[in-house]
Design a binder for this molecule. Structure first.
Ligand code: ADP
Ligand code: MG
Length: 488
């Protein structure tokens, strides 16, 4: 995929470094709580505050979580890895160094497959995943002359997921990030809350002419939403192309994204790049993993989005679009599968009907009320009941649209609403015939027109009969009887 300007074609190259906070009760090297929030400095122990004489102790649950993530991303789990010190001075980093993995990370390789519209697959390879500790927070905006330090986040376990430079557009990078987030949430190894900072991306962007070596990249730090990622990349593409087209050179530098303005700007250039003086962490032994430990964790990997989508397509003949959307988020998938179970039906039509009502009407109610599926006022069981009323022709699809609104606003079941408001579909041919007879005699001149060839009037008669039955007549029966009556 190339970008075409007046001077010719450009190719874009993108690689991501994603920081994903590990779901765990305690921090990577201390027993303090890893929970988000809390009063300032409430989740801090001596290790996090780097008091002299304290030593880090590796949280083995965090290691398990990293292994699980690696297995879920088709990667190699390294039986031996090391921790290193990355030295830099900053007030929210009490020891003056971060413990990370530099030369030998716990996980190598791996990939995520992105499916394109034409069905082909584009594989985004991962370079490696390493584990490291997060820093604290400096708060600059609460006092005009002071900076406050909150160490609640200091020492929380992170996975840094580094991709190969395999993405070629902002949309592709955004799709990748979304899919990675979805997989981590299925695995329950990172909650993916980008607005709380538990997932953030550094994005490397370069441009070059096709069939020439990659261009010099700029790295944009700490992008914290999928939308911002696309904005930052597109801004960088424009910026770099215009530099190169006017004869300049792109500088290898670190840039910051200004989400308010939608632009990036220089943070530090390569010339003043920091020397982190990496060296092996002397307070921690090498991390050695037994195959049995990896095998046991492999047993706990759940069905992931791609697998789920394929299964839904194969078992229920669901269209790819539906199956992908349902599988895209773990909560949506569980809602759907719980509802499907509650229908007690194995009919493929029911699976599709349920998908239509969930992705269509329920989602539009969720949107309208600005809520997410977890806070749906209609439970999966309640939606299943509605779908079965439609399937069994107790109510028509048209009436069901009214019913689902009332289910949301009045918090009642579909059958209770149908009973209360007398919305049951009329399937009795005699009573439908009676309504039709009335319609035809009230519009005898139109009947004559119809018979002389004005076919379009059929719909008019249907409409009138529906009006008389308050929309409750079974449309198929009504159509059949009307056809019969008009040819009499
Ligand atoms: P560093 O460790 O100095 O940040 P790496 O070579 O490990 O550099 O690359 C970091 C990230 O930059 C990776 O995600 C990689 O895919 C990406 N990257 C490397 N070269 C390029 C390039 N020319 N254009 C865009 N991204 C790149
Ligand atoms: Mg980097």
């Amino acid at each position: 995929m190339y970008i075409e300007t007046s001077t010719g074609k450009w190719e874009v190259v993108i690689g991501l470094e994603i920081h994903a906070q590990i779901i765990s009760n305690s921090k990577l090297f201390s027993s303090a709580s890893a929970a988000f929030g809390g009063n300032p400095n409430e989740h801090v122990c001596y290790v996090d505050a780097a008091l002299p004489g304290t030593l880090p102790v590796l949280n083995s649950y965090c290691v398990d979580q990293a292994i699980k993530t690696g297995l879920g991303l088709n990667a190699t789990i390294n039986k031996i890895s090391f921790f290193d010190r990355k030295n830099y001075f900053y007030a929210d980093l009490p020891p003056g160094y971060q413990i990370t993995q530099f030369s030998h990370p716990i996980i190598s390789g791996g990939y995520i497959d992105l499916e394109k519209d034409d069905g082909s697959v584009h594989r985004i390879n991962l370079h490696h995943i390493h584990i490291e500790q997060d820093a604290g927070k400096s708060i600059h905006d609460q006092n005009p002359t002071k900076t406050y330090i909150d160490l609640n986040r200091a020492g929380v376990g992170l996975m840094e997921i580094v991709t190969e430079p395999d993405m070629r557009s902002a949309e592709e990078a955004a799709t990748f990030l979304q899919k990675l987030r979805s997989i981590l949430r299925y695995l329950k190894t990172c909650d993916g809350n980008m607005d709380e900072g538990s997932m953030r991306a550094d994005v490397n962007v370069s441009v070059h002419r096709p069939d020439t070596p990659y261009g010099t990249r700029a790295e944009v730090k700490n992008v914290n939403s999928v939308k911002f990622l696309a904005t930052a990349i597109n801004y960088e593409i424009d910026r770099q192309i215009s530099i190169l087209e006017s004869g300049g050179e792109v500088e290898q530098e670190t840039r910051l994204f200004d989400s308010g303005k939608g632009i990036t700007r220089t943070m530090r250039s390569k010339e003043d790049a920091q020397d982190y003086r990496y060296f092996p962490e002397p307070d921690l032994p090498p991390l050695i993993l037994e195959q049995s430990r990896v095998d046991a964790i492999a047993e706990t990997i759940p069905e992931l989005p791609d697998m789920k989508s394929h299964r839904l397509q194969e078992t229920y003949d669901l269209p790819k679009y539906d199956a992908n959307l349902i599988s895209s988020e773990i909560e949506i998938a569980s809602f759907y599968e719980k509802a499907l179970l509650a229908t007690k039906s194995e009919d493929k039509d029911v699976a599709k009907l349920l998908s239509n009502w969930m992705l269509g009407d329920l989602f539009s109610l969720l949107n309208k009320n600005n809520t997410y599926i977890l806070d749906s006022k209609i439970s999966s069981e309640a939606l299943a009941e509605l779908v079965m009323l439609i399937k069994n022709e107790v109510i028509s699809g048209k009436i069901a649209k009214e019913v689902i609104e009332l289910m949301w606003s009045e918090q009642k079941t579909a059958s209770a609403i149908v009973e209360e408001k007398g919305l049951k579909q009329i399937t009795c041919s005699d009573s439908i015939k009676a309504s039709l007879r009335e319609v035809l005699s009230e519009h005898s001149e139109k009947v004559a027109e119809y018979k002389s060839g004005k076919d379009k009037l059929f719909g008019f008669f249907v409409g009138q009969a529906m009006k008389k039955t308050q929309g409750k007549a079974n449309p198929k029966i009504l159509n059949d009887i009307l056809k019969e009556m008009l040819t009499e």
